[in-house]
Design a protein around this ligand. Structure first.
Ligand SMILES: [Zn+2]
Length: 374
């Protein structure tokens, strides 16, 4: 992931020594009610609480529509800020946003896992198989040797198969640790954000931001930089969780893809498309089915609803480095859910895609005219 300077910072505090500066009184009265001292800082076990019936608060300005009012929706244990929803466009974000140091602290060593071993080995294999299929989508229509940048390339599971197809592959990461074990054919830069990476204007044929935009403190600045870095007519592929999806509404505070506090923004599909247009892109098709993301999101969101005090146990059991339980104990958690739930979850994901309400979505956009800069 890469991050930019926060457009609004102040008042967010994470237990474990993190402090987000500057008070923001408007959200404070709402969030203190849910503050629970003494919780451990943990990757996936933070409890998210719905905020019912809150009145809209004044905000500095929505990134998408510049609206000045937003409604507090969720409070997150250990985070002294609330997730608010824009009254104009439905965008969600942490109000106030954390600063870059505090964001970095949300990604401890175990978030990335050992090289090639983030998940249980069988699941890791499946992730790589699905990634290879995904690459067929990403490479469709690209000229031989095209230059492709993956923003937030992580362990580079997408870059290797793109290199196999003869593309010139580039990756950007904020974390040196995250890229350990990446394919040596990939040219990877480590930088705190895209603008700081020092790429030249017009040097890429395609930029991919795959489930990264929602992690960034400055999504608009990142998209504007993508516009600068793409060749005329170049292609941008952006995937995000869909805050306006059926799954988001079903899951509520327990929606798996809320992924608080790492997801700083929550994009409804229409807000994402509006932001892309503002940043100078012509939006093409949006895609609503992801075998890698959407069925699991249904299962984990259901489990979270059934047992809201212990969120994301299924994911933690599948995440090899995040659980201290034995492999047998982890399988005992995972196997019944997958055996009973996998097919219904896949079927549900197909139906939601047909109705264009994918739990995660990806949009293909083309670099167009001058962006609508502030
Ligand atoms: Zn808005």
């Amino acid at each position: 992931m890469v991050g930019g300077p926060p457009s609004r910072s102040a008042g967010l505090q994470v237990r474990g020594g993190l402090r987000f500066d500057g008070p923001r009184a408007t959200a404070h009265a709402v969030r203190t009610k849910f503050h629970r001292p003494g919780d451990a800082l943990d990757l996936y076990s933070r409890v998210v609480h719905p905020i019912e019936g809150a009145a809209p608060i004044e905000v500095a300005g929505c990134v998408v529509c510049e609206g000045a009012r937003a409604t507090p929706r969720f409070a997150v244990d250990g985070i002294d800020a609330t997730i608010v929803e824009c009254s104009g466009c439905g965008l969600g974000w942490f109000e106030p946003l954390p600063n870059p140091d505090e964001i970095a602290a949300l990604y401890p060593q175990e978030y990335y896992g050992a090289p090639g071993a983030k998940f249980l080995s069988l699941i890791e294999w499946a992730v790589r198989v699905v990634a290879a299929r995904h690459v067929r989508f990403l490479s469709a229509g690209l000229a031989p040797g095209a230059a492709v940048l993956d923003v937030g390339c992580g362990r580079g599971v997408t870059l290797s198969p793109l290199a196999d197809r003869g593309f010139e592959v580039h990756g950007l990461e904020v974390s040196e640790q995250a890229v350990r074990g990446a394919d040596p054919r990939a040219s990877i830069r480590i930088a705190p954000n895209l603008a700081a990476a020092g790429y030249e204007a017009g040097c890429f044929d395609q930029i991919v931001i795959w489930h990264v935009l929602e992690h960034l403190a400055d999504p608009k600045g990142t998209l504007l930089e993508c516009h600068r870095l793409l060749k005329p007519g170049g292609r941008l592929v952006v995937a995000v969780p869909n805050f306006s999806s059926w799954q988001a509404r079903f899951g509520g505070a327990g929606w798996f893809h809320l992924d608080a506090p790492r997801h700083l923004f929550q994009f409804p599909l229409l807000a994402l498309r509006a932001l892309l247009e503002r940043c100078g892109f012509a939006c093409g098709r949006d895609y609503h089915f992801s075998l890698r993301q959407n069925p699991f999101g249904w299962l984990q969101s259901l489990q979270n609803r059934l047992d809201p005090a212990r969120p994301n146990r299924l994911y933690a059991a599948m995440h090899g480095d995040a659980s201290r339980a034995s492999v047998g104990g982890r399988l005992a958690t995972v196997v019944p859910w997958l055996a009973i739930g996998a097919l219904p979850a896949i079927a549900l994901s197909v139906v939601e895609a047909v109705f264009r309400s994918g739990a995660t979505v990806h949009v293909v956009a083309t670099r167009g005219d001058t962006p609508d800069r502030p």
